[in-house]
Design a protein around this ligand. Sequence first.
Ligand code: ADP
Ligand code: MG
Length: 247
Amino acid sequence: MARKDVQRQLREQFIEENGIICLDNVSKAYSTGSPALNNVSLTIKPGEFVFIVGNSGSGKSTLIKLLLRELTASSGSVYVMGHDLSKIPRRKIPQFRRNLGVVFQDFRLLKDRNVFENVAFAQRVIQVPAKEIQRNVPAILSTVGLAGKYKSKPRQLSGGEQQRVALARALVNKPSILLADEPTGNLDPTNTWEIMNLLEEINANGTTVLVVTHNSEVVNAMQKRVITLKKGVIVSDEEEGGYIDED
Ligand code: ADP
Ligand code: MG
């Protein structure tokens, strides 16, 4: 067997045993202040839908950044899709990130490009042939309910629509994992539910979904696994959990 195939098989075996996301005693300290994450261990299986909740400053975004390999752990190990992230060489990080879709509270769209171009951009950077882009982008835009808006610029869209564009961009390369850091933080309740329903649908199609949120109503209604962080420590991890109101 070729070395690449052996490595892939080992990763698949690791995922089966340890999850698609695995933190083993992870701490992250910034240069100032107390550690943002303190001895965090967790396992997320392929296909799970998980909420990460906790007060502002509890370490949620730090966790997301570790998974994206934007940051490295101060101690402990972070594994994503069977990769030990401390062992991925810098030049291979872009390739690693292709399997991760990510959305943020502030959408982060290209303001001078239209909807089609914003989504197509994600495909162009990984050199998907133009013909396939012409097929894939409209397909994913109709999944998020924006097929008719492909020519619009971000400023011509509502917040909810802009987040759906960001979601389409995150999904067009068919990632195994979708990470969402407060994706509905800037949205009204109607748009919040539209985004959450889409996330649930994406998860039903097999993508592992991790959602950081402050929205207790959504968390309580959706009955998913809920991991609660407090000052960098996991204080609860419950299947079909609810939002624990902290002080
Ligand atoms: P959350 O997303 O839950 O609000 P963060 O992960 O952003 O929390 O932050 C966790 C802690 O780490 C906070 O105390 C925050 O002030 C600190 N922190 C975050 N980013 C940095 C940074 N770049 N430099 C120093 N401290 C940081
Ligand atoms: Mg945050």
